[in-house]
Design a protein around this ligand. Structure first.
Ligand SMILES: [Zn+2]
Length: 274
């Protein structure tokens, strides 16, 4: 009898504990946000992330709060001898949190660790050809986003991309756009949207633009977007996200429907910042 009572109590406590996780997380985040933003971190943003200065004041403030939570919750791991410090943490966090502004977000919930290499890195993937033959393929990368728990970045590329905020190329925005896409399964260019009614126009416009880029890449026609976006719809979403943040005027001018979709998704209108 006592055994049954003890087991029941443990079960009840376990249920309460699990049910209170979102509440405790909110409490913890509110506590982190109440802390002042460290002066040293402000200097890092000033030095490493010139994009910040083109943002409206309310979004700058919001970004700083998001950086505080991101840095508190994610683990940074240095690879190949790289030592992680605040310079690395804040430079990555500032760019990753850009994608979370104004949105209902759980801060990349699947992501646990950010692995940073000093420079570009090699990865070995298995590749199956049309005849079914599996072979190992070595690729050199500046960033990689895994569906479960990891983003991998080159620090050299991260710093260089942050230093030029208007060239339409940014490895951190690219990989964290994949993370958003991976919130509801493998990356496929269809991240979770705010409303179910948003999906038809999202898929129609992104598909149309993706097909246009595929033709441009095949025929070597000029495009605002890197041909790499023609790899598949997931890469297309990551590539157009980079350009949306860094060259919003051009996206709005040349691809107004796509700009509208991305503006609605990111809940931002960067055309008005630059
Ligand atoms: Zn990618």
């Amino acid at each position: 009898m006592i055994g049954i009572i003890v087991v029941s109590l443990i079960a009840i406590f376990a249920i309460i504990w699990i049910a209170s996780i979102p509440w405790r997380k909110r409490q913890q985040r509110a506590k982190i946000c109440a802390e002042p933003f460290p002066t040293a971190w402000r200097h890092i943003i000033k030095r490493r992330f010139p994009y910040f200065h083109s943002m409206p004041a309310d979004l700058q403030l919001q970004l700083k709060k998001k950086i505080q939570i991101f840095v508190a919750e994610k683990e940074f791991i240095g690879c190949n001898g790289l030592v992680i410090d605040d310079d690395i943490r804040i430079t990555v966090a500032a760019q990753a949190c850009l994608l979370l502004l104004n949105r209902r977000t759980d801060f990349y919930p699947k992501l646990k660790q950010i692995l940073i290499y000093p420079d570009i890195f090699w990865v070995e993937n298995q590749r199956t050809d049309p005849a079914g033959v599996v072979s190992a393929q070595k690729n050199v990368l500046s960033g990689e986003s895994w569906e479960y728990g990891k983003v991998v970045l080159s620090w050299h590329t991260t710093v260089n991309d942050a230093a030029d905020p208007h060239d339409g190329s940014n490895v951190v925005i690219h990989e964290f756009a994949h993370q958003l896409d991976q919130e509801n399964g493998p990356a496929n260019g269809a991240p979770p949207l705010r409303n179910i009614t948003d999906y038809p126009s999202w898929s129609a416009i992104l598909d149309k633009e993706y097909r246009t880029l595929c033709v441009q890449a095949r025929t070597q026609q000029q495009s605002l977007f890197s041909y790499y976006g023609a790899t598949n719809p997931a890469e297309f979403f990551a590539v157009v996200s980079e350009v949306f943040f860094e060259q919003p005027l051009k996206v709005n001018e040349l691809h107004p429907e796509l700009y509208q979709e991305l503006s609605q998704f990111y809940q931002l209108d960067p055309v008005n910042w630059h």
